[in-house]
Design a protein around this ligand. Structure first.
Ligand SMILES: NC(=O)c1ccc[n+]([C@@H]2O[C@H](COP(=O)([O-])OP(=O)(O)OC[C@H]3O[C@@H](n4cnc5c(N)ncnc54)[C@H](OP(=O)(O)O)[C@@H]3O)[C@@H](O)[C@H]2O)c1
Length: 332
């Protein structure tokens, strides 16, 4: 038997239960891993509440897409993986099909990467979602270049911090937007060129000042909602406003007409654009691996919880107080 987190109804963190189940055998194209660490993502909280971009299709439902562990068994037709190898999952599958909140989990082989030598399980569960999300939008889709300015909110999230490091990696200028003054110094220490505290400063005015009146080439927006109009005001002509999260929970207007029809590209983005395109994924994993090798990329881990405290870990995520990635470890 193995411990698995499931929920039998939609709701808050308390609907999650740690249950004992048979781990099962991997089918064709699948691998079973002994999970050592799990990276938490906002998508899981949204899925559990029934407000994610994909509904829960059946109960009891599993959770989780990002894990690091060791291969235990490979299914028919799987090549390139063998028991004992240290691996991480890249989160490109549906939580309706697979869930890694468990001591043992079956995952599709295409979603596994060998864990680089020297990377421990906690770091291995904190890398791929943040860095591939930032890379895919800003580098693959956006074509970010040296000297470009990128404004990013929810700056202290796992993805926000990865976006700061990604911008620095290509010689662009990351301008971090955060909700409170308490995280300012840590954001500067993590590489933000500038920090704007929303609520204390006028964000579009500051962005225009910081770019000499040019505006930013990119907004990397995890908040969305009514605030998009102010952010879009500070996008340079031809620049791109990426909407990749909806933390505000409010409807998001299209601001182009209110702003006088500027040359504004506004688009939604998910990491699936990167995960499900083999060439983008290959380039992305190499980009991230090279940054990890030379120390430019350092996954920031906020807190580590044991699997038994998954409810507490989700409560912590929903406070929004974290700085970096929340990770859960198992004793398997
Ligand atoms: N599109 C994709 O493929 C993709 C992939 C991964 C993640 N995401 C999205 O990326 C965002 C970050 O995800 P994550 O899992 O790395 O971290 P997270 O736990 O969702 O983000 C935590 C941070 O978000 C900010 N925040 C929290 N609640 C907020 C609210 N109500 N309004 C504004 N800001 C709030 C806070 O940063 P400050 O205190 O610094 O403001 C907090 O530290 C989420 O929106 C998530 O859905 C999207």
């Amino acid at each position: 038997m193995t411990k698995v987190v499931r929920f039998h109804e939609l709701g808050g963190p308390e609907v999650m239960r740690v249950e004992d189940l048979e781990p099962g055998e991997p089918g064709p194209g699948e691998v079973r891993i002994r999970v050592e660490a799990i990276g938490l993502n906002r998508a899981e909280a949204l899925f559990r509440r029934g407000v994610y971009i994909e509904p829960v299709r059946r109960f009891p439902a599993r959770l989780g897409a990002e894990a690091a562990g060791v291969v235990e068994a490979v299914g028919p037709g799987v090549t390139g993986f063998a028991p004992g190898q240290a691996v991480s999952t890249v989160p490109g599958f549906s939580q309706n099909d697979y869930g890694v909140y468990a001591e043992r989990a079956i995952v599709p082989a295409w979603a596994l990467l060998r864990r680089p030598d020297g990377m421990d399980a906690v770091a291995g569960a904190a890398v791929w979602m943040p860095y591939l999300t930032a890379y895919g939008a800003l580098v693959e889709v956006g074509g970010m270049r040296p000297g470009d300015a990128v404004a990013l909110n929810a700056a202290s999230s796992g993805v926000g911090l990865a976006a700061i490091q990604t911008a620095n990696r290509v010689g662009a200028r990351p301008i971090a937007i955060t909700r409170g003054n308490g995280k300012r110094e840590r954001l500067l220490a993590e590489g933000a060129a500038e920090v704007i505290v929303a609520g204390e400063e006028d964000v579009p005015t500051r962005l225009m000042e910081l770019t000499g009146g040019r505006g930013v080439e990119y907004v990397f927006d995890a908040v969305a909602g009514p605030g998009v109009t102010d952010l879009a005001r500070a996008v340079a002509p031809g620049g791109t406003h990426f909407l990749y999260g909806a933390l505000s929970g409010l409807p998001t207007p299209y601001p182009g007409f209110d702003l006088g029809m500027p040359a504004l590209n506004m688009r939604t983005y998910t990491v699936l654009e990167t995960m499900r395109d083999p060439e983008r994924l290959r380039r992305g994993t190499e980009f991230v691996a090279s940054g990890l090798r030379d120390g430019a990329f350092r996954p920031v881990v906020d807190r580590v919880f044991p699997l038994e405290e998954i409810v507490e870990a989700h409560r912590h995520m929903e406070t929004g107080d974290q700085f970096g990635k929340i990770v859960v470890t198992t004793s398997a």
